[in-house]
Design a binder for this molecule. Structure first.
Ligand code: NDP
Length: 324
């Protein structure tokens, strides 16, 4: 089968299309023939070496396809099931073995592109808005990169929960997309001081929670956007990892809370996974949650997909077509 492997962490040119054997599912695993693979920023962190794996390593954390075989003891899924999954590396490939508990059966109304587009960023938006800070009417949240893959879904879920959403983007065209997704106010954070603007929009008080996936370049100002005892949710490193923070900083800026969560700890068992994925895929199925699939690349063009994602050119979701 064809699979993208990284033999040496580094630039996009390190994504190599190799021919390798189709894996055999061990006990508790299923073999999935992948039709579509999601492209996510976390793939860039692994490829570049920011997140560690033993080379040569497979890449891609999200896919949708059909179960072709199951290992011993598997009861969660059966051969022929249409499934989607996230947070298991190896989806930039024609086949992947996945622990069966991580596989979710897709509603009949969804195609593989929707399945692969919804899982990782959708469950991330779900835990951020439902668990990390369970938004409620009256809350105001600040969402960075609001037209990105995760961003557009956070905006929609925040609105579903009745919050006021202030979004940031680098361009007016991206801001328009975030507004279409429901954002109440948009700030071009490449032109304006978003902390100043966020305070103006909240009558000087500051926002209740910041969902910050940008990292290094926004961290300080994000803290300055919060109301006293507000929550800073640093959940990504698109501009680079955040440097160490002194706890006293949180005191000085208003007894703030700081968390650095990851999806892996928010779909840690089958019940939690089925809750979040069930909500996300169900909302897509009944039209409550809109996916914005910007472009689908050939598997052999995975490097270009990552280049486009890293260069701030894209909005919404990027996919790979894994049927070669
Ligand atoms: P996006 O589609 O959001 O792409 C990243 C966006 O970040 C860009 O489009 C850009 O938007 C913004 N950005 C700001 N500065 C930079 C920079 N220097 N370089 C590149 N982009 C920049 O990607 P994803 O939706 O895949 O991921 C978004 C973030 O969420 C990532 O940091 C990812 O790691 C994180 N994430 C974290 C998870 C978790 O559980 N912790 C799970 C899923 C995603 P603009 O042009 O508007 O500034």
């Amino acid at each position: 089968m064809k699979a993208i492997l990284v033999h040496t962490p580094g630039g996009p040119e390190q994504l190599r299309l190799d021919d390798i054997a189709v894996p055999t599912p061990a006990a508790g695993q299923a073999l999935v023939k992948i039709y579509k693979s999601g492209v996510n920023f976390i793939d860039i962190y692994f490829r570049s070496g920011l997140y560690k794996a033993e080379p040569p390593f497979s890449i891609g954390m999200e896919g949708a396809g059909v179960v072709e075989a199951v290992g011993e003891g598997v009861t969660d899924v059966a051969v022929g099931d249409r499934v989607a999954y996230a947070m298991q590396r190896g989806s930039y490939a024609e086949y992947a073995v996945v622990p069966s508990w991580q596989l979710v059966k897709m509603p009949d109304g969804l195609d593989y592109a929707q399945g692969a587009a919804a899982m990782l960023q959708g469950m991330t938006a779900h835990y951020l808005t439902h668990s990390t800070w369970p938004l409620k009417p009256g809350d105001t949240c600040l969402v960075h990169a609001a037209a990105g893959g995760a961003g557009l879904l956070i905006v929609q879920m925040a609105k579903m929960r009745g919050a006021t959403v202030i979004g940031t983007t680098s361009t007016a065209a991206k801001a328009e997309k975030a507004r279409e997704a429901g954002a109440d106010h948009m700030i071009l954070y490449t032109e304006a001081d978003f902390a100043v603007e966020a305070r103006k929009l909240t009558a000087g008080r500051g926002v209740d929670v910041v969902y910050d996936s940008v990292g290094a370049s926004t961290f300080e100002q994000s803290l300055d956007s919060l109301r006293p005892r507000g929550l800073m949710v640093s959940f990504g490193n698109a501009s680079g990892p955040v440097p160490p923070v002194a706890p006293l900083t949180l005191n000085n800026k208003g007894s703030l809370f700081l968390t650095r969560p990851t999806l892996a700890h928010h779909c840690a068992n089958r019940d939690e996974l089925l809750w979040r994925a069930g909500d996300v895929l169900g909302w897509v199925d009944d039209g409550k949650l809109k996916l914005h699939i910007e472009k689908t690349y050939a598997l052999s063009d995975a490097a270009q997909a990552q280049i486009d994602l890293a260069s701030r050119k894209t909005t919404g979701k990027l996919l790979l077509d894994t049927i070669t």
